[in-house]
Design a protein around this ligand. Structure first.
Ligand code: ADP
Ligand code: ASP
Ligand code: MG
Length: 471
C-alpha cells in the first residue's frame, strides 16, 4: 500500500447498508474517498440481519421450523438488494457467491435443529454471516465503479480469546497481523466488521455493534489519519433521539467523554471503540451517510462543550443486587470476598454504590448477569446468612441506569444539585447514585418504566439554557 500515512478508515453501520439505495450511496462515498488516498472500509451486515440470524438460530435450537422462513426472508432480501444494485448481468457473480454462503448457513441451521443445541460458538459462526454477505455486495458495486478492492478476512487477523458473543481482542497480535495483511493490499481495502477468530481459527464476534471496534482496531494498527464512523444520525447527540426528541448534535467530544457515553449505553458507538484510538490520538468523526457534508461529531483529546455536561446515556434491563446486614460494617475483607464472588460468576458490575455506614452495598448488573452474581454471593456468604449477620441478598429487576457525562463537570459546583433538583421536581424516584472520582460521570438508577420521563427531564435541565450558559 502506498501513502499509508494518509490512510483513512471508514466504517458503515447496518443502517448505512440497509438496502440497495443505501449501499449504492455508500459505494459512491467510498469511490470518492478512494480517489483522494488509501482507504480501509469496514462494513456491517444489512440492518437487522444479525438480529434475524440470531433469532433463526434460537428457533432452530427449539426445533421451531420458523427458522427456515426467517432464512428465506434473508435470502430474498439479499437477492433483492443485489438485483436493485445490478439491474443487468453484472450481479451474476456476486449472486453466486451469496447463494453459496446461504447454502452453507442453511446446513449450519439444519445441524442446530438436529442436535437441538446452539452453543455460543455456533451462534458466533451464524451471526458472522451477515457481514460476510454485505462485504461481498459492496465489493460488487465498487467493481462496477471501476474500483478493485482487496477484501480481507478478519478471522485471519483479529485474534481473540474464546469468550464467544463478546470476545476480547489480543491487540498486539492483531495489530501485527492487520499491518502485515493490509500492507500487501492496494489502496482500497474492504473488511467485514464484527467477526474475528481465536488463535485456533474458530469464529468469534466482538459483541453487538462490534463493527465500530473492528474499525478502531484497524485505525490503530495502521496509525490511520482518521477514523470515520458513518451512521444514520448526524453524529453523537446529546441523548438517545428515540427517547428525547429534542436531542441535538454534539459537535465535539473528548475521547474520555465518548468512551463514557458508549459504556453507558449510547448505541451509536461500541463501548470498546475508543480504546485503540486514544493511545495513538487518532481523531474519530461520526458522520451521517445521508448528510455527508454535515459537520458530524469530532472526537479528539481536546474538545470544548458549550454546556455543563456533554451528553446523557442510559442502559436498560438492569438489576440491582443489594447485599446488606450488620456483618458488613467495619469488617475488613468483606469487599474482597464480595468482588471475588462476582468475578467467579463472570458477572460484569456496571455501577456500585455504598453508603458510608457500610451497611448496604448496592451492585448493578445487566439482568442476565445478576442472577449468576446472586447465586455466587449466596454461596460465598452462606455462613453469615445463616447466622443473620448478612441478609439473603435481594435482586430487583426492571431498572435503568442513567448517566450524565462531561469533562466540564470536574470541579464544577452545582451539577448534582441541578440534576437531583430536576428529578425531584419531576417526581422521579432515584434508587441509587454513584459518581466516579473522575467526576466525568454521575450515574443513578430509576425504574425502567421511568426511562423516557427521566431522560427528558434531565435533558431539559441541562440543555434548555441558551448555548454558552455553563452554570
Ligand atoms: P449503525 O447501524 O450505523 O451501527 P446504530 O443503530 O448501531 O447504527 O447506532 C446509531 C443509533 O444509535 C442512532 O440511530 C440512535 O437511534 C442511537 N443512539 C443512541 N444514543 C445515541 C446518541 N447519544 N447519539 C446518537 N445516536 C444515538
Ligand atoms: N452486525 C452486528 C450487529 O448488529 C455488528 C454491527 O452492526 O456493528 O450488532
Ligand atoms: Mg452500530
Amino acid at each position: 500500500m502506498k501513502d499509508v500515512e494518509q490512510l483513512r478508515v471508514m466504517k458503515f453501520g447496518g443502517s448505512s447498508v440497509a438496502d440497495a439505495g443505501c449501499i449504492s450511496r455508500v459505494a459512491q462515498l467510498v469511490h470518492e474517498a478512494a480517489g483522494q488516498g488509501p482507504v480501509c472500509v469496514v462494513v456491517s451486515a444489512l440492518k437487522g440481519t444479525t438480529d434475524m440470524l440470531l433469532e433463526a438460530a434460537e428457533r432452530a435450537e427449539r426445533g421451531d421450523p420458523g427458522y427456515m422462513e426467517l432464512t428465506d426472508r434473508l435470502v430474498t432480501r439479499h437477492r433483492d438488494t443485489i438485483r436493485g444494485l445490478h439491474p443487468n448481468e453484472s450481479g451474476v457473480q456476486v449472486q453466486d457467491v451469496v447463494d453459496a454462503m446461504f447454502d452453507e448457513l442453511k446446513s449450519v441451521f439444519h445441524g442446530v435443529e438436529l442436535v437441538r443445541e446452539c452453543t455460543d460458538r455456533t451462534a458466533d459462526l451464524i451471526a458472522g454471516f451477515g457481514e460476510l454477505l454485505s462485504v461481498r455486495i459492496l465489493e460488487s458495486v465498487l467493481l462496477t465503479l471501476g474500483r478493485v478492492p482487496d477484501v480481507i478476512d478478519p478471522r485471519r487477523c483479529i485474534v481473540t480469546d474464546h469468550r464467544h458473543r463478546n470476545a476480547r481482542v489480543n491487540r498486539p497480535l492483531t495489530y501485527e497481523r492487520l499491518r502485515d495483511e493490509i500492507s500487501r493490499c492496494e489502496g482500497l481495502v474492504l473488511v467485514p466488521g464484527f467477526i474475528a477468530a481465536t488463535a485456533e481459527g474458530v469464529t468469534t464476534t466482538l459483541g453487538r455493534n462490534g463493527s465500530d471496534y473492528t474499525a478502531s482496531l484497524l485505525a490503530a494498527a495502521m496509525h490511520a489519519r482518521e477514523l470515520q464512523i458513518w451512521t444514520d444520525v448526524d453524529g453523537v447527540l446529546s441523548a438517545d433521539p428515540r427517547f428525547v426528541p429534542d436531542a441535538f448534535l454534539v459537535p465535539e467530544l473528548t475521547f474520555a467523554e465518548a468512551a463514557e457515553l458508549s459504556y453507558f449505553g449510547a448505541e451509536v458507538l461500541h463501548p470498546s471503540t475508543m480504546l485503540p484510538v486514544i493511545e495513538l490520538d487518532i481523531p474519530v468523526s461520526i458522520r451521517n451517510t445521508w448528510n455527508p457534508t454535515g459537520s458530524g461529531t469530532l472526537i479528539t483529546v481536546h474538545a470544548q462543550s458549550r454546556f455543563a455536561i456533554a451528553g446523557i446515556a442510559s442502559i436498560d434491563n438492569v438489576a440491582i443486587v443489594n447485599v446488606e446486614g450488620s456483618g458488613m460494617v467495619g469488617i475488613p475483607g468483606i469487599a474482597a470476598r464480595l468482588f471475588a464472588a462476582i468475578a467467579r460468576a463472570e458477572a460484569n458490575i456496571i455501577m456500585i454504590s455504598q453508603a458510608s455506614s457500610e451497611h448496604t452495598v448496592c451492585l448493578c448488573f445487566r439482568e442476565a448477569d445478576a442472577h449468576r452474581a446472586l447465586r455466587e454471593l449466596e454461596r460465598e456468604f452462606v455462613a453469615e446468612i445463616v447466622s443473620g449477620e448478612i441478609e439473603t441478598p435481594r435482586i430487583q429487576g426492571g431498572m435503568e441506569i442513567v448517566a450524565i457525562i462531561g469533562e466540564a463537570m470536574r470541579g464544577h459546583a452545582g451539577i448534582s444539585g441541578r440534576l437531583f433538583h430536576a428529578l425531584g421536581e419531576a417526581q422521579v424516584s432515584v434508587h441509587a447514585i454513584a459518581q466516579g472520582s473522575s467526576e466525568r460521570n454521575i450515574s443513578f438508577i430509576v425504574a425502567e418504566s421511568e426511562r423516557e420521563h427521566t431522560l427528558r427531564t434531565v435533558h431539559a435541565a441541562f440543555f434548555s439554557a441558551e448555548p454558552g450558559a455553563r452554570s
